[in-house]
Design a protein around this ligand. Structure first.
Ligand code: EPU
Length: 417
């Protein structure tokens, strides 16, 4: 186990390169199961969740070859081996194995997902989708077992516009017989990325990125080459870090449109943000205005940037209110920030944040984005060393974090606990 040591107070300056999106990668890897021949994925991030997913694919019989920055996966020999335990338990997004295996083999047994547990995260909408397509779904000894003689297209209305359920239904429906329509589908960029890969593999999916997705089932899917979209949450975290440390940073290799909700809030606070074709420059200011933020589904302000944003709002003058309408109690970072001297109280689904200086403390990352929030908070502290334990959770979503921060001028290092 390691902890992250942060000697803060230095403005972050320079350029950071953003890697491929974690939340795309961990859906694209299982999507490959639906093909009968080799798929190449470019721009795959170096993250522990990606390593776990490739391990799962190899256990199922895929041939996986890594070649500088890209991965080749031959899924032709994959078999529907039950996976009640093992690596599937390490990942929340192992739920995508359900849609992918069901779509290719008409059966799957997958241990219930692990991953970031900042609050209960149900999968009822995924199950509702699989059942509508004709699958029988049972929960046996902590594993979900899915079986279908034949998957048939259906019209599915999602009660909540869930990213995971939208992608899982696309995976299961891609090779089903007939047409599937997903209504109230999630619109996140990662959904478009998965649909793009599936279409390159031979699927017929229209409307990804809107609330109605139409899938015309195809009999066979085959290999292709696909480049993963940039990680908008990683990019947003660096933007927030640049603002919080009053730095001057170029965040490179991004799609600025994916970051519009954050960009708008930063500008409202008094941060200078310049958008270029594939990069964004963030220039901090000595004083920031308080703002109110509402985390919503895309294209609203992302819930995954809510925790890092909490840290930034401690640097604004006055009182800011940050509410999360996706996860009502994603506030485990708040008690840790309070240990650092932050004046924050949680009321219902909102954090009320009063601006003020933070101090160094020993804190614990309770999940991936809570960890990112603590790192940002530590970077603002002028005296002393902040110690963030639970760094393995941060490694789940931030490729080369320490190397990147050091290149930007931060005094950070990892240390054994
Ligand atoms: N929900 C249900 N039933 C379901 C599915 C979801 O009630 O069957 C609810 C959830 O409880 C939540 C809301 O719907 O209130 C949205 O959940 P969603 O299904 O969209 O979340 P997810 O697919 O499980 C992905 C990301 C999360 C990100 C959310 C929201 C992946 C692997 N994870 O989760 O990312 O917070 O969408 O944008 O793509 C992270 O990267 O740190 C992370 C947690």
């Amino acid at each position: 186990m390691e902890k992250l040591m942060i000697h803060g107070g230095r403005p972050l300056r320079g350029t950071v390169q953003i890697s491929g999106a974690k939340n795309s990668a961990i859906a694209l890897l299982p999507a490959v199961i639906l093909a009968e021949s080799e798929v190449t994925l470019d721009n795959l991030p170096h993250l522990s969740d990606v390593a776990v997913y490739t391990e799962i694919l190899e256990e199922l019989g895929a041939k996986v070859t890594w070649m500088d920055g890209k991965i080749k996966i031959d899924p032709s020999q994959i078999r529907p081996i039950p996976m009640p335990n093992g690596p599937v338990k390490k990942l929340r997004a192992s739920y995508y194995m359900m849609g992918a295996m069901l779509g290719r083999f008409g059966e799957a047994t997958i241990g219930l997902p692990g991953g970031c547990n900042f609050e209960p995260r149900p999968i009822d909408q995924h199950i509702k989708g699989f059942e509508a397509l004709g699958a029988t779904v049972t929960n046996e000894h902590g594993s979900i077992h899915l079986q279908a003689k034949e998957l048939r297209g259906a019209k599915i209305y999602l009660d909540v516009s869930s990213v995971g359920a939208t992608i899982n239904i696309m995976l299961a429906a891609a090779r089903a017989k007939g047409s599937t329509i997903i209504e109230n589908a999630a619109k996140e960029p990662e959904i478009i990325d998965v649909a793009t890969l599936l279409n390159s593999m031979g699927a017929s999916i229209k409307g990804a990125g809107t609330e109605t997705i139409r899938i015309e089932g195809v009999r066979e899917m085959s290999g292709c080459r696909h480049s993963i979209i940039p990680d908008r949450i990683q990019a947003g975290t660096y933007m927030i870090a640049a603002a919080a440390t009053r730095g001057d940073m170029i965040i490179d290799g991004v799609i600025p449109k994916h970051l519009e909700a954050l960009t708008a809030k930063l500008i409202e606070m008094g941060v200078t943000v310049e958008e270029m074709d594939e990069s964004i420059r963030v220039l901090g200011a000595p004083r920031y205005e308080h703002v109110d933020v509402k985390a919503l589904v895309y294209p609203g302000f992302p819930t995954d940037m809510q925790s890092p944003m909490t840290s930034l709002l401690t640097q604004a003058e006055g009182v800011s209110v940050l509410s999360d309408f996706v996860y009502s109690s994603r506030f485990k970072h708040v008690p840790e920030l309070v240990r650092m001297g932050a004046k924050i109280r949680v009321e219902g689904r909102s954090a009320i944040i009063e601006g003020g200086e933070l101090n160094a403390a020993k804190v614990k990352a309770t999940d991936l984005r809570a960890g990112a929030a603590l790192v940002i908070a530590g970077l603002t502290v002028k005296e002393g060393v902040t110690e963030v334990s639970g760094v393995e959770l941060i490694d789940r979503g931030y490729d080369h974090l320490v190397t990147n921060l050091r290149a930007l001028g931060a005094d950070v290092w990892r240390q054994a606990e």
